[in-house]
Design a protein around this ligand. Sequence first.
Ligand code: FES
Length: 166
Amino acid sequence: MDDSSEMKAVISEIRKESKGKPEELIPLLQRVQSKMGFLPEKALMEIAGITGLSPAKVYGVASFFAQFRFHPAGKHMVRICRGTACHVKGSNRILNDIETHFKLEEGETTEDMLFTLETVACFGSCALAPVVLVDETVRGRMNPSKTRSVLEEIKKESEGATSDPS
Ligand code: FES
């Protein structure tokens, strides 16, 4: 299914199941995001229509919560902890290095759609500070060069996977 037919399917699903109440706003946003991976503008408009809220209100609520994104995420999520323990141990240096090296900022996705970079308040693994989560894997005691090599490795694998003719 391509993106637009997937979105049509998601919208018709939420239209059927929704009772058209403003209180449904957040569950509907969550539903669309979990199906599409982000909130396309068209879906926000549809949700406004369904709940009877203004598009500005829908957009305002969605932007308030960090869990919602407005652009498709990359293939791999890179989350750098900014909690106190990680900050003290240099998580900012990791963040700056990754931003510079991969030419993206927090919340953005690389042009090749391989990585999306986010920061998180605390992973609850402070003993391992500074912590970087790449997809579901928690990596502790990281530094800029270790983090960069993990990501470079993933990049190399993905380039190998796309150029492998077999
Ligand atoms: S502060 Fe980073 S894991 Fe807790």
